[in-house]
Design a protein around this ligand. Structure first.
Ligand code: MFK
Length: 538
C-alpha cells in the first residue's frame, strides 16, 4: 500500500468490542437473564456490522416525498431508503419495541431493549427515531385506559411480524415553536356524524410515513394553553391507502438525521379519535416523552461508543510522526477524556432505562423517574455533541470529508440536544419535576448508589456528595438563570455515582485493572457546576 495513503477505519464488532456494555450487563442482570439475552446481543452486533456497511454504501440516498402519482392524483407517498426498509424488518423481528411489553425478563426487559438499541442505533440511519415514538405510543395507549384503541393499535406496535408491525408518529410540534406546546393551534371539530376532525399545520413531524400517530389538537371551545389541548389517535391512511385528510407539504431540509423523513403536514379534516379526556393533552403526551427521552439518551451514548470504536481502530493503523496514533501520549490523553464522558453517558442512559423498567413494574417512584428522565436526556445529548466533535477531530481532515462517512456522526449527534426538549427546556422540566418529588428524594437515590463502595473510592464519593450539597443549597433559592448549571450538576453527580458503582463491581473482579481511571478523569472534568448568584452575574 502507498505509505502516504491513510487506511480507512474498520468497525470492530459492536457487541464483542464493547467492554463497558458487557461489564455493565454482567453487573446489572442476573446471570440467567444475561445468559438468555446474550445470543440476541451477539446477533445484533453482527447485524449492526452489516447495516454499517450498507449505510456507508447508501450514504447519498435520502427519503423522497412523492406528492402526486403519474396521473395527477395526490398520493403524498414517502419513499424511505433500502436500509430503512431492512431496519424495520430487523427491529420488528428482534422485538426492539415489543420487548418491554412481552416482558420475558420482567423489568430487566428494558435493559435488554436498551442494549439491543445501543448496538442497533448507530448503524440504523436513525431508524431508531420512529421506533422510539412507537414505543412511546405503545406505552401511552397501554396506560390510557382506552381499551378499544389499545386493542386496535398495540398488537401492531408491538408485533414481531414485519408484515403486521406499525410504527407511530408523535405529532406535537407546530410553527409557533417546539418547546411551548401549549401554543398549538390545531383545532378539533366534532361533526354531525360524531367524528372528530383535525385542522391545522404540524411543522416538524418525524415518521410521517408511519401508519398512525398520536397528536395534539384543541377541541373547539377549549381554553388556550396545554390544558386546553387533547390527545388524538390518528391513522394516516384508510384500508385502500387513501390519505386521511392531510397533505405532506414538504420534507425538512435538515442539518442531520437526513435519512429520517421529517415532514410539514397540513391537516384538513383528518379524522382522529380522542385517546382520553378532551383536555390535558400535554400531560397525556408526557408518558410518551418519558420513553422517547430515554431512547434519546441511549442513542446519544451509543453514538459516542460508535465514534470511539471507529477512531480506536483508525489510531492503531494511522502512522504520524513515526508511530501509530494510538501510541501518542497526547492522543491517548485526549481519547481518555472522551472515553470517560462516554462511559458516564452510557451509565446514565442505562440507569434511566433500568428505572423506567422498574417503574413499569411498580417498583420505582414515578416522581423520581420524572426527575431522572430529563436529566439523562439533557446531559447525554450534550455529551454526545461535544464528544463526537472531538472524535471527528481525531481523524484530522478525514473526519471532515463526507465520503469517509464520518461527518454524519456529528451532524446526527446534534439532534440529541434539540428534539424531545432542548437543554434549557429540559433543565426547567427537571426543576418542575424536582418540585414535585423533593430534592431529598433525588439525594437519597444517589446516596443509595454510593452505599457500600470500597474505602478507596471514598474521596470520589465525597465529590458527589459535595456537588449535591452545593446543588441543594442553590435549590433552596433557585432561580431560572441557574437551571442549566443545576441540572448538569445533578446529572453529573448521578453519572459519577453510577461510574463508581460500576468501578467497584469491576475492581472486585479484575483487581489488576485501573477501575478508577474513567471516573477519575470524569470527575476532573467537573461535577459541581453551581455558581453563586454573585459569580453568575459577573
Ligand atoms: C433516537 C431517539 C429518538 C427520539 C425520537 C424523537 C422524535 C420526535 C420528534 C419530536 O416530537 S420533538 C418534539 C418534542 N417536544 C417536546 O419535547 C416539548 C418540549 N417542551 C416541554 O417539555 C415543555 O416543558 C412542556 C411542553 C411540557 C411545557 O408545557 P406546559 O403546558 O407548560 O406543561 P406543564 O404545565 O409543565 O405540564 C402540564 C401537565 O403535565 C402538568 O400536570 P398538571 O396539569 O396536573 O399540573 C405536569 O405535571 C404534567 N407533566 C408534564 N411533564 C410530565 C408530566 N407528568 C408526568 N411526567 C412528565 N414528564
Amino acid at each position: 500500500m502507498d505509505p502516504f495513503l491513510q487506511p480507512a477505519p474498520d468497525l470492530p464488532d459492536p457487541w464483542a468490542g464493547d467492554a463497558p456494555l458487557q461489564e455493565h450487563l454482567a453487573a446489572s442482570l442476573p446471570p440467567e437473564v444475561l445468559g438468555a439475552v446474550r445470543p440476541s446481543l451477539e446477533a445484533m452486533g453482527r447485524t449492526a456490522l452489516d447495516l454499517h456497511a450498507l449505510s456507508l454504501a447508501d450514504r447519498l440516498n435520502e427519503p423522497r416525498h412523492i406528492p402526486y402519482d403519474p396521473w395527477g392524483r395526490r398520493v403524498d407517498r414517502i419513499e424511505v431508503t433500502d436500509l430503512w426498509k431492512r431496519a424495520e424488518r430487523i427491529a420488528a423481528e428482534q422485538g426492539l419495541v415489543a420487548l418491554p411489553y412481552e416482558k420475558p425478563h420482567g423489568a430487566f426487559s428494558r435493559i435488554h431493549q436498551a442494549a439491543l438499541l445501543h448496538l442497533f442505533h448507530p448503524s440504523s440511519d436513525v431508524y431508531s427515531c420512529p421506533l422510539a415514538m412507537t414505543d412511546g405510543a405503545a406505552r401511552t395507549l397501554a396506560r390510557s385506559g382506552n381499551r378499544a384503541l389499545a386493542e386496535r393499535a398495540l398488537p401492531h406496535l408491538t408485533s414481531r411480524d414485519p408484515a403486521a408491525f406499525w410504527t407511530s408518529g408523535q405529532w406535537m410540534t407546530e410553527s409557533a415553536g417546539g418547546s411551548d406546546v401549549g401554543l398549538s393551534s390545531t383545532v378539533a371539530r366534532r361533526g354531525e356524524d360524531g367524528r372528530w376532525r383535525l385542522f391545522g399545520r404540524k411543522w416538524f413531524t418525524s415518521a410521517a410515513a408511519s401508519p398512525m400517530a398520536l397528536t395534539l389538537a384543541r377541541p373547539e371551545g377549549n381554553p388556550e394553553g396545554g390544558k386546553g389541548l387533547a390527545m388524538f389517535y390518528v391513522e394516516t391512511r384508510d384500508a385502500e391507502g387513501n390519505l386521511n385528510g392531510f397533505t405532506v407539504n414538504r420534507l425538512k431540509d435538515k442539518l442531520g438525521t437526513r435519512k429520517l423523513p421529517t415532514a410539514e403536514l397540513d391537516l384538513d379534516g383528518m379524522v382522529g379519535e380522542p385517546v382520553g379526556e378532551l383536555a390535558d393533552g400535554v400531560k397525556a403526551m408526557a408518558s410518551m416523552l418519558t420513553v422517547t427521552r430515554t431512547w434519546n439518551a441511549v442513542c446519544a451514548a451509543s453514538t459516542l461508543r460508535r465514534g470511539l470504536a471507529l477512531l480506536g481502530d483508525y489510531a492503531l493503523k494511522r502512522m504520524a510522526f513515526g508511530a501509530p496514533l494510538a501510541e501518542k501520549p497526547l492522543f491517548r490523553d485526549t481519547l481518555a477524556g472522551v472515553e470517560a464522558e462516554a462511559q458516564a453517558a452510557f451509565q446514565l442512559a442505562f440507569h434511566a432505562a433500568a428505572c423506567l423498567g422498574l417503574e413499569e413494574a411498580g417498583a420505582f417512584d414515578p416522581a423520581l423517574l420524572r426527575v431522572l428522565t430529563p436529566l439523562a436526556k439533557l446531559c447525554t445529548g450534550k455529551q454526545a455533541v461535544a464528544g463526537v466533535s472531538e472524535l471527528i477531530e481525531g481523524f484530522g481532515g478525514a473526519g471532515y470529508v463526507e465520503d469517509t462517512g464520518l461527518p454524519v456522526l456529528l451532524r446526527d449527534a446534534q439532534v440529541f440536544s434539540i428534539w424531545e426538549g432542548t437543554t434549557d427546556v429540559l433543565s426547567l422540566e427537571a426543576m418542575k419535576a424536582l418540585h414535585a418529588a423533593g430534592f431529598g428524594l433525588f439525594q437519597a437515590h444517589v446516596e443509595g448508589l454510593l452505599a457500600g463502595l470500597p474505602d478507596a473510592m471514598a474521596p470520589m464519593a465525597g465529590r458527589v456528595r459535595s456537588a449535591l450539597g452545593r446543588a441543594g443549597g442553590w435549590w433552596s433559592q433557585a432561580e431560572e438563570a441557574g437551571a442549566r448549571r443545576f441540572a448538569f450538576t445533578l446529572a453529573r453527580s448521578l453519572e459519577l455515582a453510577l461510574m463508581l458503582r460500576q468501578a467497584a463491581w469491576s475492581a472486585a473482579r479484575r483487581p489488576e485493572a485501573d477501575a478508577l481511571a474513567a471516573p477519575g478523569r470524569f470527575a476532573d472534568h467537573g461535577v459541581d457546576l453551581i455558581r453563586s448568584v454573585r459569580e453568575a452575574g459577573r
